[in-house]
Design a protein around this ligand. Sequence first.
Ligand code: UD1
Ligand code: UDP
Length: 382
Amino acid sequence: MNLPPKVMTIFGTRPEAIKMAPLVKALQASQHLRTVTCVTAQHREMLDQVLDLFAITPDHDLDIMRQRQSLNGTLRRALAGLETVFAEERPDLVLVHGDTLTTFAGALAAFYQKTPIGHVEAGLRTFDKYLPYPEEINRRLTGVLADLHFAPTSVARDHLIAEGVSPDIIYVTGNTVIDALRTTVKDDYSFVCPELRQLDPALRTIVVTLHRRENWGEPIAAACRAIKRLLQDVPDTQVVFAVHLNPVVRETVYAILGGLERVLLVDPLIATDYHNLVARSYLVLSDSGGVQEEAPSLGKPVLVVRTVTERPEAVAAGTVRLVGVEEENIYNETLNLLTDQTAYQQMAQAKNPYGDGFASERIVQAIEYYFGLRDARPADYL
Ligand code: UD1
Ligand code: UDP
């Protein structure tokens, strides 16, 4: 008797884990597929937080993270570890997510074994080689290697078609982050992090995350200076800054915002705390990708500390605005939302261009169809 096809998911950073967790669960629930989970652990603590939260025990853990790791070193360790895993598992299909070094390493290692590749969150583009760096190139290279493209939106699908990818191998699925959000946000949620329970309910909360490589140094410093001025000028606000574990980021943030009143600098929050914090916040200031996708469903304005975004759907929905990387503009745009109720209400609309919470199911159905285990192609989202 033939064994069911073996599908191996590969991921390694926090955002990949949050977005792959619902898919891992959906794959495990399929009666037609076998599932193997391989983490590179490009992130260690931030990955483990997510694995614990979603109760996922990886079959393989490459444990590649080093402090202040370089791009080349991370890629090299990922490829070396994956070679061993591929030899042992011999998967029939590999799934990678997004645009990190783990994504590209997973796709390249699969290609070298002539193993088919499915790319989740495919087709995002800024069309600028260095924005974001190195993610724009990681996702384009992964797109070149992929045999199945799971595009979150029709915008992403159209990018792939314009690059010559056959529509037959593109599925518009929605983003799996919405699948995850469905399970994390609750009205009666109680924070795990004790400091979040101490927040002053009378103050408006600005949630901040900043980590992008191209923002290291002056752009992150400029955003921190803008935040410092806003706290002085708008007394009914407080800031919760969930500081990424990257020491390069932490040095800048703590130097400017450490020890200030009404600023809570916390280590990365578990996703349930973070999602519920955003749900109760006034606005978000961030350069994160995932945060731009979550905010529209939570109805919270997100000011994005970047000059371009690969997520134009959220900008079109009205909940996301690019504010660039200059202190003055970040200050002015944030102040505007804190003082102009009309401007605020225009952005604080709960809309959701990113999915209905069933992206993972569509991806599993597409994989079953790919292996001839299902008669019909799943319908595209939207
Ligand atoms: C990586 C991804 C980026 C993604 C981001 C999500 C690449 C090149 N970058 O960037 O696309 O948006 O993850 O957060 O793939 N660290 C820890 N513990 C952790 C995680 C990180 O100590 O759990 C520290 C380590 O010193 C590590 C450094 O952060 O060397 C940087 O991690 P790395 O994955 O290289 O880069 P990120 O900036 O996190
Ligand atoms: N997030 C989290 N804890 C935090 C901050 C963010 O769980 O303290 C989640 C957030 O909800 C989103 C994801 O992390 O799903 C985004 O990850 P990150 O900003 O590290 O990466 P990016 O999306 O920019 O690649």
